[in-house]
Design a protein. Structure first.
Ligand code: ATR
Length: 273
């Protein structure tokens, strides 16, 4: 039986095993998908095991290893290179190749919501997934500005300084924490919201009654973070991270098996937290 893993820390909350094992069963593939909690010190050994163990065919990578894993891989897809982020590894003739399906999944959710952006965007956070969000926006909109705010401003500046010119487009500006520009798309990429009482403490008063403004939280559990429920109360349009999560899984499954799995009613039930 072939094996697939998701590695991360923490990993308990991950719904990836439920989704991929459901698809393996549905498409009659004799494989199993498991979650593995790793420390950074265990990363090298895990990758070596993947390299020599013929039954391990693929791996998903999540927080906090999406960048750290890169130095252990043999090749990177162009998108992984541009975003210095890998969430999916495939094995091809003993070679380990890193892909980034977060970036393409995020782009797809913008497209599916008809968010053909004609406005600047604001990204909150500068963690591992932020470069994928910038990539997704830039596929659809090169001409408008992207603003970033992060509690630790230097981290956002560092991230921007490493971006390739193609992702900078007409400009990316790092603002001070608490400085809120007027844009049509505001995305929370921080981990704040995973706990029920988490609150970003940012003042979005200027968005009162702005129906056309989209507040997008990459978190999908809880379904509605305080960031989203406050936006809903203000009358803004809200999106959580559920579809992005499902689409990144769908694209990873496709890379491993060549099957394009369906996001069917059962899958939606699995993630209907
Ligand atoms: P990753 O492993 O994805 O890189 P990370 O580096 O911990 O995760 O990034 C998480 C993001 O959430 C960061 O932008 C972080 O802000 P800092 O760079 O200042 O640490 C943000 N974040 C986490 N806790 C936060 C909090 N209490 N308030 C504001 N931002 C927070």
């Amino acid at each position: 039986m072939n094996k697939y893993f998701v590695i991360g820390n923490p990993i308990e909350h991950s719904l990836s095993p439920l989704i991929h094992n459901y698809w393996f069963k549905k498409y009659k593939i004799n494989s199993i998908y498991e979650k593995t909690k790793l420390e950074t010190s265990g990363l090298r050994d895990f990758v070596e095991e993947m390299r020599i163990n013929n039954s391990i065919k693929g791996v998903n990578v999540t927080v906090p290893f999406k960048s750290k894993i890169i130095s252990f891989l043999d090749e990177l897809s162009p998108i992984s290179k541009e975003t210095f982020s890998v969430n999916t590894i495939i094995k091809e003739n003993k070679k380990l190749i890193g892909y980034n399906t977060d970036a393409t999944a995020f782009q797809k959710t913008l497209e599916e919501n008809n968010l053909w952006l004609n406005s600047s965007s604001l990204i909150i956070g500068a963690g591992g997934v932020t470069s994928s969000i910038i990539w997704g926006i830039r596929q659809l909109n090169l001409k408008d500005k992207i603003y970033i705010i992060n509690r630790t401003k230097e981290k956002a500046e560092d991230l921007v300084s490493r971006l390739v010119p193609g992702l900078i487009g007409s400009g990316i500006e790092v603002l001070n924490w608490g400085e809120i520009p007027g844009v049509n798309l505001v995305i929370n990429t921080t981990s704040l919201g995973l706990k029920q009482n988490d609150n970003l403490q940012l003042d979005f008063k200027k968005y009162q009654n702005k129906k056309e403004c989209i507040f997008y939280d990459l978190i999908y559990n809880p379904k509605e973070t305080n960031f989203l429920s406050n936006a809903k109360k203000r009358g803004n349009h809200i999106i959580n991270g559920k579809m992005m999560f499902l689409i990144q899984a769908k694209q990873a499954f496709n890379l491993w098996t060549n099957i394009d799995p369906e996001i069917d009613a059962e899958i939606l039930k699995i993630v209907n937290l």
